[in-house]
Design a protein around this ligand. Structure first.
Ligand SMILES: [Zn+2]
Length: 417
């Protein structure tokens, strides 16, 4: 096997959309650079987690060949790791969203803010909130953040619910934990609840943190200025996927006997890359799409010169889907074709043994504005193949490789090429 560029386009899979001639955004997008590679194409259409709609952590882990049900201790661990917070064994790591409520009802779980605004709120929360345990709060991209409660005197438990209504935690018999996207049933805001008795104290601490942090947020200048300017307000925090232990993933370099690098911008994906022992290169997330994609393509090309495999993650497709912007979604896919596939195709020697894989972590419906349990489209370009069909959900379903039934089958299959 030669070099591998493994591209995960977040939430790229979708459902047919009537105004796109019943095509999905991936099928509708004009992809001349992908088309040029199709003479060496094979397709797969695996399931990620069966009937359940996965989050990105489960999808990315599965795509990289780690069964999320065997390993995941909760997404919060990866989020905090990716934010550089160094979660320790026993610490409680949680993913946080800045959101907005009105009279106890949900307005939005995503109050998008600038880096400066996020950083100001982060600083104020860390300096003004007092809890009976040591904690650290860190902001991430746009509306995201991470919280760690440090285990000094207390033991924490991951058996607590998410107060973000779109995601339900599921606990497995082996002690592992995952969250799934669910249609929000009502808009009433609920506190974090203990799922088992042992989670009672942790739930209390998290609710206390939310209450105190919200007090700080709504008296902040950031809040007042946004209110004056009629902008969405950060007046609530949504917590999810609390984790208390290291998922202990096998080092990917040992697992496959290849040197891996990651070109990723989001904290979750950084966390997964770090937890699997990949070398992080080019970790920025630039606000202008074309600049972001170009810089990621350059990062991947550079990394391929000294690493065997590069995992490249692109976020913007999922963000567009959550906002219901299907036209933006196919435009992002077209930009990926132009700015990433076009460049990588020149750099990789697919007729000489290099491999390019284009897939996603889960489907996100841009009509339903949430993750779905659909199978995921996978395109594998390697000299061993030659199916030459347009790349999309339908063709992947029709022409899928028998050996790839689950997302966790993708990587073992590729590593044998
Ligand atoms: Zn995702």
């Amino acid at each position: 096997m030669g070099k591998l560029a493994f591209i995960i386009v977040d939430g790229m899979g979708d459902l047919p959309i009537p105004v796109l001639n019943k095509k999905t955004p991936l099928e509708y997008a004009y992809k001349p650079n992908v088309s040029m590679l199709l003479k060496n194409a094979a397709y797969a259409f695996p399931s990620v987690l069966g009937k359940l709609a996965p989050q990105s952590d489960a999808g990315v882990l599965a795509d990289l060949g780690y069964d999320p049900i065997k390993f995941s201790t909760g997404r919060g661990w990866f989020e905090c790791m990716g934010l550089g917070m160094n979660p320790g064994e026993g610490d409680l790591s949680v993913r946080v969203n800045f959101g907005q409520v009105n009279g106890g009802n949900l307005v939005s779980v995503r109050t998008e803010m600038s880096k400066e605004e996020l950083f100001t709120l982060e600083k104020e929360i860390n300096s003004k909130v007092r809890l009976p345990v040591k904690f650290e709060f860190k902001s991430g991209e746009s509306y995201r953040g991470g919280l760690i409660l440090r285990a000094e005197k207390e033991r924490f438990s991951a058996y607590v619910s998410n107060n973000e209504p779109g995601y339900t935690a599921k606990f497995y018999k082996n002690g592992k934990k995952l969250s799934f996207a669910v249609p929000a049933k009502n808009t009433r805001i609920l506190p974090v609840k203990a799922i088992r008795k042992e989670g009672k104290r942790t739930a209390e601490l998290l609710n206390l943190f939310i209450r105190k942090a919200v007090e700080v947020m709504i008296t902040s200048e950031v809040y007042k200025t946004r209110k004056k300017n009629g902008l969405p307000l950060p007046n609530y925090l949504f917590l999810r996927d609390a984790a208390v232990s290291d998922p202990k993933l096998q080092d990917i370099n040992d697992k496959y006997g290849k040197k891996w690098a990651a070109v990723v911008g989001m904290p979750l994906e950084k966390g997964i890359a770090l937890a699997t022992g990949m070398k992080l290169v080019n970790t920025g997330e630039l606000p202008v799409l074309s600049e972001d994609l170009s810089s990621k393509a350059d990062g991947a090309i550079n990394a391929l010169r000294s690493f065997d495999c590069v995992y490249l993650h692109i976020k913007q497709t999922d963000s567009a889907s959550h906002l219901g912007k299907y036209a933006e979604k196919y435009a992002v896919i077209e930009a990926i074709d132009r700015l990433i596939i076009g460049k990588l195709a020149k750099e990789l020697d697919v007729s000489g043994g290099d491999t390019l894989v284009l897939t996603c972590d889960h489907g996100t419906s841009s009509q339903l504005k949430r993750h779905i349990n659909s199978n995921i489209p996978v395109l594998i370009i390697n000299k061993k193949f030659g199916q030459n069909k347009e790349f999309g959900e339908n063709s992947c379903k029709k022409h899928h490789l028998q050996k790839i039934r689950k997302a966790t089958d993708i990587m073992p299959f590729i590593m044998k090429l």
